[in-house]
Ligand binder design. Sequence first.
Ligand SMILES: Cc1ncc(C[n+]2csc(CCOP(=O)(O)OP(=O)(O)O)c2C)c(N)n1
Length: 208
Amino acid sequence: MTTKPSGAVGAHNAKVMNRFELTKRLVAQLKRDEAVIGGIGNANFDLWASGQRPQNFYMLGSMGLAIPIALGVAIAQPRRHVIALEGDGSLLMQLGCLATVADRAPKNLTIIVWDNGIYQITGSQPTASAATADLVAIARGAGIANSAWAADEADFDRLSASALDGEGPSLIAVRIDSEAAVATTDRDPVQIRERFMRGIGAKGGAGA
Ligand SMILES: Cc1ncc(C[n+]2csc(CCOP(=O)(O)OP(=O)(O)O)c2C)c(N)n1
């Protein structure tokens, strides 16, 4: 099964949803120790607040790295499904990664883009996706054919379930509101890395 585009839904007629609600819906679907890479700021804050899992990695400090990190994990562990959660501003800073994902085409990779049309965490300056740039069109142009806007919450559930079960790479873009994240991730990069490495069985323990 593949992630089919949901028809006529585009960047500007998709429902505006809530990132925390949808992050919780996504995490509730995870049953097979899927790895989840949360991008800088709100993407990983809401992942943290949705229930900490050893297979979660929380990117701190650098924009645009959730997808490249997820790509690396997906290539290294092809039997594990890997999900990247990234903000629109962060993806716009690192668009080249979409072409690399399409080129390597890992079947086990799903990208979810939270598009609020702003760089929310640094003062809500507008991003290009607020007006001109359609991130699904960009992803398809980069070669990720299974790219779609989520029309509403039920469509998000359907697209994410299909992506988790099917052949990727897939990209789901979601228009979201500008609600602040409900919590912030503990800023301990060494612990985040160690937990994640153990969580995906890549390391026996600290110093191993
Ligand atoms: C390379 C880099 N440039 C700028 C920043 C400052 N910065 C941190 S988060 C952020 C905005 C992120 O926007 P987006 O990914 O859309 O997420 P949102 O805040 O809207 O949830 C900016 C500009 C940074 N951390 N790294």
